[in-house]
Design a protein around this ligand. Structure first.
Ligand SMILES: *Cc1c(COP(=O)(O)O)cnc(C)c1O
Length: 384
């Protein structure tokens, strides 16, 4: 025996710092909001309403049908699903203009794999989605941001100047933005597209929650061949566990993404379940109006408590500002309400939920704000 049993154990279970990890990954933690078992989860912007029994049984039947050919690889190009997504989006789109993957997170990784990379810049507008810098890191791209204005809108003059000067390979515009909820006007997106030398992706993960009449960047696709618009079924569509995100762009843009995708990346089960959900789109989206109302009521209530609230077109609200936001987050958690500690220092983000969840959140936050000495000096408009 070449090794002692102790030696074998040491060899088989090395500590992470004993492995030859890429230097830029040393000390990095896997991304993810805490998944805690608490009564009220308002931390990851999910739709709080599960599908109906009818949709559940149709998904089960479609998945069973797909299981009959589980020995075969799935349809690699997912053309049926992409056709359904094109019909859902409208705007005259067809399957060849749609890309789909396991969440829009994977779609976005495909975009950076295809268009960013070493010696190329990825640019966005801070504060924004915390996953983007990780895709940049993982694709060896350079990550840079332009600060948003105090109200979290994008200054179109600053944006176009920096894009023109720094020549990013990819510009990511999140509209409505996460974690601020801010929608970006088409005029601003157009101005950026006019000067961007590379591709521009508008991440419309929360588009369905925008105030009615808010135009989609899909309208701009015919005018800008290097523009793409990404969406997800995780939020408004109440399909977060299904892992299905998608993007619309010119057919050549989709061809570029196909070069870098893993073979058979989208399982037959995902494709089958996604098609059932899309066939029931009106029902899956039925609670969106209610959630928009819950968001607006929540924003009004927070403002009525003397807090600062960012204007939101998404299904969440960013509010603050707290001298010690972690303490507030923890105090809410202690009362069974999980929200998100994210965004600029002093702010917290809460998702719109069911009436019962909103009631629980308000009761918990009211109690926290009123709780004795800890917060005594922290109330008022600028809680700092
Ligand atoms: C939630 C979210 C997504 C969606 O991610 P999925 O991978 O589709 O679940 C994409 N972009 C932003 C800005 C988000 O907040």
């Amino acid at each position: 025996m070449p090794f002692s049993s102790a030696g074998q154990r040491a060899t088989a279970r090395p500590a992470l710092d004993e492995l030859p990890l890429r230097p830029e990954l040393v000390g990095e933690k896997p991304y993810g909001a805490p998944q805690l078992d608490v009564p009220v989860c308002l931390n990851v912007n999910e739709n709080p309403y599960p599908p109906s029994e009818q949709v559940i049984s149709e998904i089960a039947a479609a998945v069973a049908d797909a299981a009959r050919s589980m020995n075969r690889y799935p349809e690699r190009d997912a053309l049926g699903l992409r056709g359904d997504l094109a019909r859902y989006l409208g705007h005259g789109l067809t399957a060849e203009q749609i890309w789909a993957a396991n969440g829009s997170n994977e779609v976005m990784l495909h975009v950076l794999l295809a268009f960013a990379g070493p010696k190329r810049r990825v640019l966005s507008f801070a504060p924004t989605y915390s996953m983007y810098p990780e895709y940049a890191r993982d694709t060896h791209s350079e990550w840079c941001t332009i600060p948003r204005r105090d109200d979290f809108t994008i200054d179109p003059d600053a944006a176009t100047q920096v894009v023109f000067e720094t020549r990013p390979a990819v510009v990511l515009i999140t509209s409505p933005n996460n974690p601020t909820g801010t929608a970006v006007s088409l005029a601003t997106i157009r101005a950026i597209c006019d000067v961007a030398p590379g591709v521009v992706v508008v991440d419309e993960a929360y588009y369905e929650f925008a105030r009615s009449g808010t135009p989609s960047a899909l309208e701009l696709l015919p005018h800008y061949p290097r523009l793409a618009v990404s969406r997800t079924m995780s939020k408004a569509f109440a399909f977060a566990a299904g892992r299905l995100g998608y993007l619309a762009a010119a057919p050549a843009f989709i061809e570029a993404l196909q070069i870098v995708r893993l073979p058979y990346h989208l399982s037959a089960l995902t494709q089958a379940a996604g098609r059932v959900a899309l066939a029931h789109a009106p029902e899956m989206l039925a609670k969106v109006d209610q959630l928009r109302q819950a968001r607006d009521d929540l924003a009004d209530w927070l403002a009525s408590r003397g807090l600062q609230v960012a204007a939101s077109d998404a299904n969440f609200v960013l509010f603050g500002r707290f001298a010690d936001r972690h303490m507030v987050w923890q105090a809410l958690l202690d009362r069974g309400v999980l929200i998100r500690e994210t965004g600029p220092q002093g702010w917290l983000r809460v998702s719109a939920g069911t009436p019962a969840e909103m009631q629980a959140f308000k009761a918990a936050l009211a109690a926290v704000l009123e709780a004795g000495t800890v917060f005594e000096n922290q109330r008022g408009k600028e809680i700092s």
